[in-house]
Design a protein around this ligand. Structure first.
Ligand code: HEC
Ligand code: HEC
Ligand code: HEC
Ligand code: HEC
Ligand code: HEC
Ligand code: HEC
Ligand code: HEC
Length: 404
């Protein structure tokens, strides 16, 4: 198994090592094909905004989250000094091994009932498909809400939660300037079945985990359902939890007076879930996915609760999704300060996003997942934080640096 992963990774590196490795002299150089040279003048930095996107395996009965991945890109023109460019170029993305989602997910059978929109096949809630152009923003390119599943075209039975996007920047004449291969992490691994399978709660046994949960919810809460939402959940499937429980992940306000979905879920389960990474993996992906793969968990033994606190503390968040741990809570030296409340929106060195050099939350380089390393190897010949000055600077600067 391990051997397959390594082979696959090498193959991918060979296929995608698109230059940008100037000055590293690493062995990948001779493998590089066409379109790039050691003096490539553009580099493409790309990442997924979150460390993992979770969506429901089946939307027939209920939905916590839809398929919805978001990719970011910054393109840098190499030079002295380097320059972040957005004008005069176009950036497109695709998933060569994962070109469609209909059939791998039944989301498109329930989009109208859950979200009130009838989406074209393989198109997501913001209009993005599995391939297309990214949108130009002030200092980056963005593809928000890609309806990605965790299944390769060649295998609908085994999850591959670390899907690979191929991202290409071209000039206005369509000439390729730079490309890279970037992980879009996605998983359906919510283990509600561990405790909500038939017969486990209140003698409820409907034959499906989802309907067991809805039945339990109706027993506990049906008398409290707010005006306009009083039909028992079992009688109006599929149910979007965020219809009543606000979710900032979906931008849904919920019903005033009811707890947010994060608050409801973490409060209700606080007594039954141990405050360990395995405990959090009961609902977050998960024992098999291992979404927490960053250097701090792998090399310094950190667990979810070291950064997020206990179930009870997560439950008390006044602004779920938007109020999160900060790097500078712990890395207190001013040179590591965030300039936004959220890590994913913070920038450092020359206007580069922290995630462009360190990667996504929960994947802070070096990650334990070999696919996360591909883009860094493409850029600088080795894995780990983007730390090679000459990836962007033509001449090695004699002073300064990302945190000087
Ligand atoms: C470690 C066990 C465990 C896991 C895993 C788990 N639950 Fe629960 N859940 C419980 C227990 C225990 C209760 C309380 C049941 C009772 O009072 O009989 C509960 C209650 C609930 C309720 C009822 C809320 C109410 O009071 O109306 C909902 C809804 C629910 N769970 C949803 C989920 C979902 C969705 C998942 C997966 C994302 C999940 N649970 C995972 C153990 C678990
Ligand atoms: C029709 C509105 C409605 C929908 C839809 C709904 N809920 Fe609830 N939920 C409620 C109400 C009302 C309560 C009781 C709130 C209270 O007591 O403060 C509740 C309570 C809960 C609780 C217990 C909270 C606690 O603090 O004990 C959990 C967990 C929960 N809901 C999860 C879910 C999940 C998961 C979904 C989607 C499958 C869902 N709810 C969909 C209305 C709804
Ligand atoms: C019983 C299931 C369950 C367990 C166990 C669980 N979560 Fe969650 N968590 C959820 C759900 C469902 C959401 C999504 C809520 C939404 O869509 O707004 C969520 C969202 C979150 C969020 C983002 C929203 C926010 O509040 O900022 C964080 C952070 C989080 N969980 C951390 C944890 C940590 C840390 C643990 C372990 C200590 C944990 N969770 C255990 C179900 C669970
Ligand atoms: C709860 C505290 C805490 C938070 C939050 C935290 N870190 Fe760390 N981090 C540590 C500790 C402890 C270490 C290991 C010892 C050290 O290097 O200080 C570490 C190590 C690191 C390392 C170096 C690892 C190595 O071995 O070279 C990097 C890079 C890093 N953190 C980046 C980040 C980033 C980026 C964030 C925000 C997304 C972050 N950290 C958030 C506590 C934290
Ligand atoms: C080293 C610290 C650290 C550890 C360990 C950690 N997280 Fe996080 N987590 C963060 C930070 C920082 C953010 C906020 C990122 C941002 O501001 O964009 C975050 C955000 C989240 C979110 C919101 C979605 C997102 O990606 O922004 C969820 C859900 C979450 N964490 C769950 C977990 C779970 C579950 C675990 C354990 C399996 C875990 N975290 C372990 C630091 C950590
Ligand atoms: C141009 C690439 C780049 C950018 C952008 C960048 N960093 Fe770094 N970061 C590095 C490198 C390289 C190191 C290791 C050398 C060092 O500490 O200076 C590092 C080290 C760190 C560490 C130290 C971890 C430890 O204990 O060893 C933290 C924390 C950190 N960065 C946070 C951030 C945050 C937060 C941002 C955004 C505000 C950010 N970085 C932006 C390249 C970058
Ligand atoms: C991912 C691309 C990238 C990497 C890697 C990078 N830089 Fe930069 N650097 C930039 C950008 C962009 C600027 C902003 C240039 C401007 O607008 O003035 C910059 C500016 C600078 C500046 C100030 C302007 C100048 O060129 O004199 C110094 C000094 C510098 N970087 C040093 C370093 C050092 C040292 C390293 C390696 C430890 C490094 N940089 C790695 C992109 C990068």
């Amino acid at each position: 198994m391990m051997k397959t992963v390594i082979l696959l990774t090498l193959l991918l590196i060979a296929q995608t090592a698109s230059a940008n490795i100037a000055g590293t002299g690493k062995i990948y150089l001779p493998l590089i094909a066409n379109n790039t040279t050691a003096s490539a003048s553009y580099v493409l930095l790309g990442w997924n905004d979150l460390g993992m996107h979770c969506y429901n395996r089946d939307f027939k009965d209920l939905a916590v989250l839809p398929p919805y991945n978001t990719l970011w890109v910054q393109v840098v023109r190499r030079g002295d000094p380097p320059q972040i460019v957005t004008q005069g170029i176009n950036v497109s993305y695709s998933f060569p091994a994962n070109t469609f989602s209909v059939g791998k997910s039944n989301f498109w059978d329930y989009d109208q009932l859950l979200f009130g929109v009838d989406l074209a096949p393989n198109v997501g809630l913001t209009g993005k498909g599995l391939a297309g152009d990214m949108d130009r923003k002030s200092d980056h390119f963005l593809a928000e809400g890609i309806p990605l599943t965790e299944y390769d075209d060649s295998d609908w039975n085994n999850r591959q939660p670390f899907q690979l996007a191929e991202i290409v920047a071209r000039d206005s004449n369509g000439v390729e300037l730079a490309r890279n291969t970037v992980v879009a992490p996605v998983s359906t691994e919510m283990r509600c079945d561990k405790c909500h399978a038939d017969g486990m709660r209140d003698g409820i046994a409907t034959g499906r985990v989802e309907t067991n949960i809805l039945t339990l919810h109706d027993r506990e809460e049906s008398g409290d359902y707010p005006a306009g939402h009083t039909t028992p959940l079992m009688q109006r499937r599929p149910v979007l939890c965020a219809e009543c429980h606000s979710s900032n992940a979906l931008g849904k306000p919920g019903v005033t007076g009811l707890p947010s979905l994060s608050n409801a879920m973490h409060t209700r389960h606080a007594e039954v879930i141990p405050n360990t990474t395995d405990g959090c993996y009961s609902c977050h992906p998960g024992p098999s996915t291992q979404c927490l793969r960053d250097v701090m968990s792998q090399q310094h033994g950190m667990q979810c609760v070291d950064c997020h606190g206990s179930m009870q503390q997560v439950a008390q968040s006044t602004n779920p999704w938007l109020k999160e741990p900060r790097c500078d809570n712990c890395h207190k030296d001013a040179k590591y300060a965030q300039n936004n409340a959220l890590y994913r929106f913070s920038t450092g060195h020359g206007g580069l996003y922290c995630e462009s050099c360190h990667d996504s939350t929960h994947a802070i380089a070096p990650s334990s997942q070999p696919r996360d390393a591909v883009k860094f190897i493409n850029l600088q010949g080795h894995s780990g934080t983007l730390d090679t000055c000459t990836v962007c600077h033509l001449t090695h600067p004699t002073s300064g640096g990302p945190h000087q």
